[in-house]
Design a protein around this ligand. Sequence first.
Ligand SMILES: Cc1cc2nc3c(=O)[nH]c(=O)nc-3n(C[C@H](O)[C@H](O)[C@H](O)COP(=O)(O)OP(=O)(O)OC[C@H]3O[C@@H](n4cnc5c(N)ncnc54)[C@H](O)[C@@H]3O)c2cc1C
Ligand code: SF4
Length: 492
Amino acid sequence: MILRLVLGDQLNEKHSWFQKVDSNVLYLFQEVRSETDYVVHHIQKVVGIFLGMRHLAQHLKEKGHRVEYLKITDSNQQSTFVSNIEKIVKEYSIHQIEYQEPDEFRVDEDLKSLKSLGLEVKMVSAEHFLTNRSDLKEMFVGKKTYLMESFYRKMRVKWNVLVDENGQPLEGKWNFDHDNRKKWDPKRAVPPPFEFAHDARSLLEELELAKVKTMGQINPSCSVWPINRTEALQVFHYFLEWLLPLFGDFQDSMVQNERFLFHSRISFALNVKMLHPLEVIQAVERAYQEGVVKINQAEGFIRQILGWREFVRGIYWAEMPQYAKLNHFNHKNPLPDFFWTGKTDLNCLSQSIGQSLDHAYAHHIQRLMIIGNYALISGIDPDEVDRWYLGVYIDAFEWVELPNTRGMSQFADGGKLATKPYASSANYIQKMSNYCQHCKYNPKEKLGPNACPFNQKYWDFIGRNADAFRKNPRMSMMVKLWEKQNQNNLSS
Ligand SMILES: Cc1cc2nc3c(=O)[nH]c(=O)nc-3n(C[C@H](O)[C@H](O)[C@H](O)COP(=O)(O)OP(=O)(O)OC[C@H]3O[C@@H](n4cnc5c(N)ncnc54)[C@H](O)[C@@H]3O)c2cc1C
Ligand code: SF4
């Protein structure tokens, strides 16, 4: 008999494994402590994954497949993937084990040890990503940094997306970012999020019984996160119809009490493989071809998936495991307590962290330019920042969380991923959000009791790294400004 493992982020009912029923194949789903406990996860993330696993297992059984499902509370649970497998192998006289390529280094290493069971072990493709693990490394061999823009252009040609028959970009440009990112229009109404009635009550009781430690809030009967492909497609189609036409315009806006704006919220469905990236990309390309959206909206969205998502995955596999230890600035400060409560009088942080804890979601700019920016300029230890990001978001899996957090947001890799640190004073936050209008601090002031703490921390960050930043053409201007401010302060 063949044992096939289905991991919690491999909920792809379209995988070729499931296309034929074979009574000699047993599918194994496991809710294991090693996965619930490697970091403190948001409760909505644990519930979303376990409900998704339970749904797929049930769906496969109904189709006639043989399925073994280990719940978190089962008394015969062994608490790790490998120890459970050892037990099942004996119970069912298994002669071969198969698993889909895992996305995370931790699980990859763990499953390699299955070889010691002395059976045939086969790793197959997860049939999801648009690049192989090693493609990016090979593309940038001998280079010190990775360049997203050149990677993205190659991907556009490779997958024939928004290019003409000569491999040139449609409408003459590869990147239409310049036409996106408009200032927020307060008269704009944001469509309400698409929601599902899910009954999570019995699972929540089981998690409590098993004493799984989690963070954040959950509504036990209603969720915005899909738990199967049908629901994932509903979220995506809702995005196509109601949100995509304004996605690019307000991609970087941040608005008081608006948690989703025009973002798609498909990252969870993509990362657990309920949706395939190419079907999403091609649907958005079609919307452009049919004249539903302009090229700047379509290209801006496609770049996130065909470009950034595959790019960060390539960096993860090129740089692990050492990447997880990098700390370029040698930052050592602890994570402030308000990361766990959202209770702070810095309104932008209270809004962004508060909604992360309440909804397991913040959009890209909140993650990068509010929370990540604060952690960076405050000199917080990237290990602590990583642990928080890896736990709090519904879509957080290490292959995508780590390069975004440690690389893009904390610049802890010294610039392998980003050409400059994403650091800013209150100036940027005031420009891109209305948070400052509801804050006790003044974004214009640098000194005094009402001065915005982002200003003092930002200039302190520039000052303590002035020597290094002078050599970076994208940062040297800020060092000059910092020097000028110091001279003015001395002479006044
Ligand atoms: C510090 C930090 C940590 C992050 N951690 C994660 C994470 O753990 N998991 C995760 O999926 N994304 C992460 N991102 C990327 C991005 O913020 C989320 O993918 C996005 O906010 C998800 O919401 P959405 O589906 O509404 O995205 P949209 O804004 O609608 O974008 C569409 C899709 O593009 C993809 N995408 C966009 N930006 C990125 C990016 N930088 N890297 C990879 N994919 C991207 C996602 O699949 C997303 O669903 C992080 C970004 C930062 C700055
Ligand atoms: S004034 Fe400063 S702390 Fe307050 S919302 Fe603006 S940037 Fe954030």
